[in-house]
Design a protein around this ligand. Structure first.
Ligand SMILES: Cc1ncc(C[n+]2csc(CCOP(=O)(O)OP(=O)(O)O)c2C)c(N)n1
Ligand code: SF4
Ligand SMILES: [Mg+2]
Length: 252
């Protein structure tokens, strides 16, 4: 049964979920859908999605969407915003798409303060293709391509922190986790509001569950995410309305 709070905005759907049971993408997308509804931006929203498990979201929302080659979502999102400055562009991608093959596009979009919002789902691996090591794999994490443990050593890729070092004053950058949906939703909403206000680039990395490739049961899945949070601190890394580049971490 739908909670009365959402009954007016979310219509029951007979569409089955495309994601595996327990996948974090579903939690992120549910909250993103509620934000689009709350802000009443359905008609203006464009939702570019990457190749990876994020592509399974292609028909979830009643908004314009398009799909790009793996890693090219940020570049295509920038082009769309430049062609349609009034549109609200919500680019959605995985950690492999954003931090490996598509990193150059992400860095330059941030560097130029392009007025788009990027939501990047970090599940520490290339999930759609079978759980290979990604730049975000935890130190010594066993993946299908690193059976002896990931060789990210003690320093996996810290995307939000790296982007914040070069970001313009107007940029909004944060890291959230699906284990705290309230905080995650608040960060994603602030990021989108940043774009609506025309302040420039906004970015939220979300630490997310992939029980299928982690090969974890429910309890182990929750514990694995807690371990991710010890490595990747959750919090606002850059908020234009607070002091510039202040890192306000909080438990997520
Ligand atoms: C140019 C190109 N290279 C590689 C692939 C194969 N490929 C498809 S999805 C994917 C990994 C996706 O991982 P990530 O971006 O982290 O998303 P996730 O599935 O983990 O959500 C790869 C390597 C591709 N489709 N196109
Ligand atoms: S493989 Fe992982 S990220 Fe992809 S749908 Fe399944 S649980 Fe989600
Ligand atoms: Mg991934």
């Amino acid at each position: 049964m739908i909670s009365p709070r959402f009954a007016s905005t979310i219509k029951p759907s007979s569409k089955p979920s495309n994601f595996c049971p327990g996948c974090g993408h579903s939690i992120i997308l549910k909250n993103l859908g509620q934000i689009i509804s709350d802000l009443k931006i359905e008609k203006k929203t464009v939702f570019p999605i990457d190749i990876g498990c994020s592509l399974l979201a292609w028909d979830f929302f009643d908004v314009d969407t398009f799909q790009t080659h793996h890693g090219r979502t940020t570049a295509a999102a920038v082009g769309q915003k430049r062609a349609r400055p009034d549109a609200i562009i919500l680019a959605y991608m995985g950690d492999g798409g954003g931090y490996a093959i598509g990193l150059q596009n992400l860095v330059h979009a941030c560097y130029r303060n392009e007025n788009i919002t990027v939501i990047l789902v970090n599940n520490t691996m290339f999930s759609m293709t079978g759980g290979q090591m990604a730049p975000t794999s935890l130190p010594h994490e066993v993946t299908s391509s690193s059976p002896d443990g990931a060789f990210t050593q003690d320093k996996p890729f810290y995307g939000p922190e790296m982007l914040a070092r070069e970001a313009h004053d107007g940029a909004y950058i944060a890291r959230a986790a699906v284990s705290n949906p309230g905080q995650m939703k608040a960060y994603m909403q602030k990021a989108i509001q940043n774009q609506i206000d025309g302040k420039g680039f906004s970015f939220v990395e979300v630490l997310s569950y992939c029980p299928t490739n982690w090969k974890t049961n429910a309890e182990q899945t929750i514990r694995f995410l807690e371990k991710m949070k010890e490595t990747f601190p959750v919090g606002e890394i850059k908020n234009p309305s607070l002091s510039s580049r202040a890192h306000s971490t909080s438990s997520g």
